[in-house]
Design a protein around this ligand. Structure first.
Ligand code: SF4
Ligand code: SF4
Length: 393
């Protein structure tokens, strides 16, 4: 009998991801905090430009470094990134340096001409933000006129022959029952629907209690994803729902500092786009060693890549699927990081949410002075009727 030598154990992909990679696979770069809108749930509290924003040359140097690190694409957001006068120049520069670009926009600069330019560009993907399948629902959180602006952008992209744009939706209790309508909108414009979770970060912290999906909504969302989510992108953001039963497609793990990170407009590097807070600040890429040193050597990221305990969640039958949920959601609701997610589908955070907890103060706020209030169109909302002097446009 011949014995076949045992194969060396191949580590599971998810285990490798938990230990961190040489370069992030999901890198978000907020190019500016300037924004023409003032969405009530903005995760980065955007509005005003930070005067220390990276210059064009500094931004190009970052792209050079990403190329050297073989970061294959970057998610660009803001703020509204297209209001940076050098935005298109930077997109072109990134693509020319083998760094693909996915950018999120409210559509303000997606003119028919720009849509043509985008349709002719390789390695550029466009995500249009829409938080309601109707103007009434969308404009209540994103501001009056923002639905029409987004739809116009989608139309311009479709007319130009842009392939497979994305409609990006933050799921709230106001729009969760519109998922079929969102899918219809996506189909109409040849787009793919992408849905993400509302996190209580940035201005989202102020409206999270009012807007986050209820327990019934979460069940509805899970069932909808299982039944109809095949063509829907989720960015792996609903893995806490896996505790309902079958896991949803994706890594089902918090990638903060392991495979995910954020570069902000001034070059600060955070563990995750939803964790813009001093607690999750790993360093600044303008310091010696640049982004690579922050990513590979910072104390924060080293700690996040070390084995986590799971705390109270380890005794939960769903722990393997849910892993205790989202670090940022726990942090910004004042819950312990090794306890259950604030939207734990087994109800295990209800007690802690009802008890004494200290919600951390924001580290930074770039909101414009205009009042940001949650309201229906017709009531004063966060978007000015006319662009005033404070508008980055
Ligand atoms: S903190 Fe939350 S949003 Fe950020 S990577 Fe972890 S699970 Fe995802
Ligand atoms: S107790 Fe923890 S692991 Fe279990 S479902 Fe809730 S958040 Fe997930």
């Amino acid at each position: 009998m011949t014995l076949t030598p045992a194969r060396p154990a191949v580590p599971r992909l998810v285990d490798q991801f938990e230990l961190g990679l040489d370069a992030p696979i999901c890198l978000t770069w907020e190019l500016t905090y300037a924004c023409n809108l003032a969405c009530v749930h903005c995760l980065s509290s955007s509005g005003r430009r930070d005067p220390r924003e990276l210059s064009t040359e500094q931004a190009k140097a970052v792209i050079d470094e990403l190329q050297r690190m073989q970061v294959f694409y970057v998610n660009i957001g803001g703020g509204e990134p297209t209001v940076r006068p050098d935005f298109w120049e930077l997109v072109e520069y990134a693509v020319d340096h083998q760094v693909g670009v996915k950018f999120s926009t409210n559509g303000v600069r997606i003119t028919p001409e720009r849509a043509q330019w985008l349709a002719a560009s390789d390695y550029v993907d466009v995500q249009i933000s829409l938080d309601g399948a109707t103007a009434e629902v969308n404009d209540a959180v994103r501001g009056r006129g923002s639905f029409d602006m987004a739809i116009k952008a989608l139309q311009n992209l479709a007319d130009a022959g842009f392939q497979d744009s994305k409609i990006s939706v933050v799921v709230t209790r106001e729009n969760v029952r519109q998922l079929d309508e969102f899918q219809e909108l996506a189909d109409r414009y040849g787009a793919t629907l992408r849905i993400t979770r509302l996190r209580p970060s940035g201005r989202g912290a102020d409206v999270w209690d009012e807007l986050h999906p209820t327990a019934e909504d979460q069940r509805f969302l899970y069932d909808w994803l299982v039944a109809k989510g095949e063509r829907v992108l989720t960015g792996d953001s609903f893995f806490h729902l896996a505790a309902f039963g079958d896991a949803l497609p994706g890594l089902n793990l918090c990638g903060a500092g392991r495979v995910v990170c954020l570069i902000d407009p001034v070059g600060d590097v955070y563990a995750c786009p939803f964790a813009i807070h001093d607690t999750f600040l790993a360093g600044n890429l303008l310091d010696e060693g640049g982004f690579q040193k922050v990513w590979q050597e910072s104390a924060l990221f080293t700690e996040l890549r070390s084995p986590q305990t799971g705390g109270a969640c380890t005794s939960c039958s769903a722990f393997d699927a849910c892993r205790g949920g989202c670090m940022a959601a726990k942090f910004f609701t004042g819950l312990p990081l090794d306890g259950p997610d604030p939207e734990c589908v087994k109800g295990n955070s209800e007690h802690a949410l009802a008890g004494d907890r200290t919600v951390p103060a924001t580290s930074q706020d770039h909101s414009r002075p205009a009042a940001v209030v949650l309201g229906m169109p017709g009531r004063p909302t966060s978007i000015p009727d006319r662009f005033c002097n404070e508008s980055p446009l």
